[in-house]
Design a protein around this ligand. Structure first.
Ligand SMILES: Nc1ncnc2c1ncn2[C@@H]1O[C@H](COP(=O)(O)OP(=O)(O)O)[C@@H](O)[C@H]1O
Ligand code: SF4
Ligand SMILES: [Mg+2]
Length: 373
């Protein structure tokens, strides 16, 4: 078991204050002040997350998913970045008010992140063993030898063959899938409370994608940690997420449980994402239905609903007034003017197919369905 430095009390060992959640992101706003104007990269993100839960963060490229995660980790350069409002509390403590020294203890130890591109996040000149063991030396006071021994165990745990040999190799000697596993081993080294995975499978083939996701879920089952899974593909989080936040143009446009997002979605952008998921069991050759058009520039956002230029259902008010969140009793929210209009919701995609899948998954004891019960 990991030894700890005596001088620092891990936040993850502190109780979550009564009435709070493990992580509470509350109307978070992070803008970049650039020569071209103010980039509204994160504009009012709110969600809560508890231990053992998985949050899927979904949206097209440029919607603010990575910047949201990096803001929590204190990894945004300020300036040009600036927090414009809101808060993010981990175990009741504001991550935004921590000193850089406090954040260094949080990063990798309490909250760990697997970055989008493993090649740019691994240092090409250091051996893999040293990089995997670095967090243990920094946060847990391991000796070089102890950290290397644990690195071997961790590589073995994430399914890298011959770990004793491979700790002495360099990143370029690993394939894309194996590098992604190394990143996971690094992120898991200090048993983080929250694991943030930023599109960890995008560059990998489907079989390896499935293995990586399975691995993160196995670790979660064992350690009880929370996961934030960032992806542009709603299908990736279909079977793993408890909650899903759909982002568009820096804003969360819909948030709810996975069931609510898939079977009771109340936002046309989410409908577009649902329609883009290949329906394997009906017709594998059918092309995806991409959402026509492009996301708006985050510098000059249109007035009104940011999705209006691409929304097939937009009417006058959509171009004039920014929709507020319409929230149900369970906390499911949608930023569409018509989210509580049953006639409008009849335009939602045909979900009977997915409802049948839900029933089948529940019967098979699938993880997130079982948790709901
Ligand atoms: N350092 C920066 N300076 C200015 N704009 C940035 C910076 N980093 C990210 N952005 C902008 O913030 C927006 C959100 O980016 P990001 O969170 O990376 O999107 P994604 O959803 O693809 O992860 C994008 O428009 C991006 O261009
Ligand atoms: S507010 Fe209007 S434009 Fe925006 S998603 Fe709803 S219907 Fe579409
Ligand atoms: Mg990103």
């Amino acid at each position: 078991m990991a030894k700890k430095k005596q001088s620092y009390v891990d936040l993850k060992d502190q109780p979550v204050p009564e009435g709070s959640h493990l992580l509470e992101v509350d109307n978070l706003k992070m803008y970049f002040h650039t020569q071209d104007g103010v980039v509204h990269a994160v504009d009012g993100v709110s969600y809560t997350l508890d231990r053992g839960e998985t949050l899927g963060v979904v949206g097209e490229s440029g919607s603010g998913k990575s910047v949201t995660a990096k803001t929590l980790m204190g990894l945004i350069e300020m300036p040009p970045g600036k927090i414009e409002g809101g808060d993010a509390r981990y175990r009741g403590k504001s991550l935004l008010k921590m000193t850089e020294e406090e954040m260094q203890h949080v990063r990798g130890n309490d909250i760990a992140m697997i970055f989008q591109d493993p090649m740019t996040s691994l240092n090409p000149v250091y051996k893999i063993g040293r990089q995997v063991g670095e967090g243990l030396r920094l946060h847990r006071g391991y000796s070089k030898k102890e950290a290397l021994a644990r690195a071997v165990e961790l590589l073995d745990l994430v399914g890298i063959p011959e770990p004793e040999k491979r700790v002495n190799e360099y990143p370029h000697q690993f394939s894309g899938g194996m590098r992604q596993r190394v990143m996971i081993a690094m992120a898991l080294a200090c048993d983080p409370d929250i694991l943030i995975a930023d599109e960890p499978t995008t560059a990998l083939d489907v079989t390896i994608q499935a293995q990586i996701i399975e691995l993160m879920q196995e670790m979660q089952k064992k350690n009880g940690n929370a996961i934030i899974m960032i992806t542009h593909d709603l299908g990736v989080v279909a079977d793993m997420a408890d909650k899903i936040m759909v982002m568009y143009a820096g804003r969360p446009v819909e948030f709810g449980t996975a069931e609510e997002i898939f079977y009771d979605s109340r936002h046309p952008y989410t409908w577009g994402l649902i329609n883009s998921i290949p329906k394997q069991e009906t017709d594998e050759k059918k092309p995806l239905t991409p959402i026509a058009g492009n996301p708006p520039s985050l510098v000059n956002l249109p007035s009104g609903c940011p999705f209006a230029p691409r929304c097939p259902y937009a009417v006058g008010i959509c171009h004039e007034k920014l929709p507020e969140h319409i929230t149900t009793e369970s906390g499911h929210y949608s930023a569409c003017h018509f989210a509580d209009d049953p006639k409008f919701l009849a335009y939602a995609p045909e979900t009977s197919r997915t409802r049948a899948n839900l029933a089948a998954r529940k019967a098979a004891g699938a993880q997130h369905a079982a948790k709901e019960a």
